[in-house]
Every structure is written in structure tokens, then in C-alpha cells.
Design a protein around this ligand. Structure first.
Ligand SMILES: *Cc1c(COP(=O)(O)O)cnc(C)c1O
Length: 244
């Protein structure tokens, strides 16, 4: 373990304390909900602080950063790719990260096929996937908008043709307005729940829900989320893109 990047004692305490606060809140709302620690832009030594406590699920947004971290960190980490998926990067994702647990941002049939085919050629383990749904309909957000495109990608994922991907569920981000509104229900999360129910019935599935971040994970769990992705509440504020 000493060969891995290590945090200072002070930083380790801070991270563990932050994580535990979030974890306790998640547990109190639903002990079955799983917490993904989103470590983008944060050093590998931060990840090791949590790793030393037995935490294994981490989320990253950038392929190059993820490849770098996966190389220098333990191989039993479960990496979740949660960033915008680019066609040109699906091959690297598949081939350069053996312990890739999931890709949560599948937003087209084309990229879905590329990811499967790259994995098939390299004979790696099966990758879990979530379909990203653009529930808020905002232009700057990725994700499926059209129901027929969703049907088509599910049919592909269920087919013999697709051997290396396992459809785990649906992911959404939702709008900032919904995440900060005082409404009883987040309407974007509700859309994801309704879609899950519809797809479960049509395709005989039991899709998991992946929604909720630092601002709104409590609400997401109340609305049934199986996974939450929490970054800044654990690791602290991130530098903005311009500062990097
Ligand atoms: C960065 C990011 C997160 C974590 O966001 P925080 O608000 O820092 O908790 C979650 N999901 C996605 C898709 C992200 O890009």
C-alpha cells in the first residue's frame, strides 16, 4: 500500500469525516442506496484516503484522468465513468481501464455499440451501463430525449449481438432549478422514475435508478434512487475548468 500516493494525515481525516457524514445520511434514508464518491480533478492521494477505509466505488468524468488514476491506484477499485461520452474515447475507456465497473453516460446507440465492440475485441470483463436520460430537456445536457431511441438501445443491449455490456439502469442529472426548488418532488427525478416503470414493464427489466449529487442526493433517495454520485460534499469545491 505504501507505493500508492498517500494523503497527509490531516487531509485523510478531513475526507473520511466528510465521507462519513454523507454516508450516514444516505444510510438513514435508505441503507440499500449505494454511494459513488466523485473524485474528478482531485488527486489520487485523496482517493487513497477513502480507499484505506474500504471504499471502492469512485466516479470520474474525463477519460485521460481516469486512465492515469486507474494506472496508479489499486486494481480492486470500481471505477464509474460519469462524464460526457465521446465517440472517439469509447475505445480507450474499454481497453485501458480493466476495472471499469460502469459507464453511466450512454447517450446513443452508436457509442453503445462502439463500447461493446471494443470490449469484445479485447476480451475484458463485462461493463455495466446506465442510459443517461435528459429529463430536464436542457440543451447543454446530454442524454436520450426520444423514447424510440431508448427502445432501440435497449433492444440492442438485450440482443445476442451485445455480449460485453450489462444494462444496469437509468441515470439523470436534472436541472439546477429542480434540484434547488422547495417542491415536494423533483420533477426531473420523477420523470426518470416514470420512465423506469414504463421500461421495466415493456422489456421485463428491473432497472436501477442513478440520480442525485451533492445538492440533491437526499431528495433523489426519497424518490427511489439506488445510486447517488457525490463529489464536492466529500472532496471539497473543485477548481473551475478555466483554473486548470
Ligand atoms: C461532477 C459530477 C457529480 C458530482 O457533483 P457534486 O455536485 O460535486 O456532488 C455527479 N454526477 C455527475 C454526472 C458529475 O459530472
Amino acid at each position: 500500500m505504501s507505493s500508492y500516493p498517500q494523503p497527509t494525515e490531516e487531509r485523510a481525516q478531513e475526507l473520511i469525516s466528510n465521507y462519513n457524514k454523507i454516508y450516514e445520511k444516505v444510510q438513514s434514508l435508505n441503507p440499500k442506496t449505494k454511494l459513488i464518491a466523485v473524485s474528478k480533478f482531485k488527486p489520487s492521494s485523496d482517493i487513497m484516503a477513502l480507499y484505506s477505509q474500504g471504499i471502492r466505488h469512485f466516479g470520474e468524468n474525463y477519460v485521460q484522468e481516469l486512465i492515469q488514476k486507474s494506472k496508479e491506484l489499486p486494481q480492486d477499485i470500481n471505477w464509474h465513468f460519469i462524464g460526457g461520452l465521446q465517440s472517439g474515447k469509447t475505445k480507450d475507456l474499454s481497453n485501458k481501464i480493466q476495472n471499469l465497473y460502469s459507464v453511466e453516460t450512454i447517450d446513443s446507440l452508436k457509442k453503445c455499440k462502439q463500447l461493446n465492440n471494443a470490449r469484445e475485441r479485447k476480451e475484458g470483463d463485462i461493463i455495466n451501463v446506465f442510459l443517461q436520460i435528459n429529463t430536464s430537456g436542457e440543451e447543454q445536457k446530454s442524454g436520450f430525449l426520444e423514447i424510440n431511441d431508448i427502445y432501440e438501445v435497449i433492444e440492442y443491449l438485450k440482443s445476442e449481438e451485445c455480449k460485453k455490456l450489462n444494462l444496469l439502469g437509468l441515470m439523470t442529472i436534472g436541472s439546477f432549478n429542480e434540484s434547488t426548488s422547495q417542491n415536494e418532488e423533483n420533477q426531473d427525478f420523477k420523470k426518470l422514475v416514470d420512465l423506469k416503470n414504463q421500461l421495466d414493464e415493456k422489456f421485463n427489466l428491473n432497472l436501477q435508478l442513478n440520480m442525485g449529487m451533492s445538492n440533491d442526493f437526499g431528495q433523489a433517495i426519497k424518490q427511489g434512487s439506488n445510486w447517488v454520485r457525490v463529489g464536492s460534499s466529500i472532496f471539497g469545491a473543485r477548481p473551475t475548468k478555466e483554473e486548470i
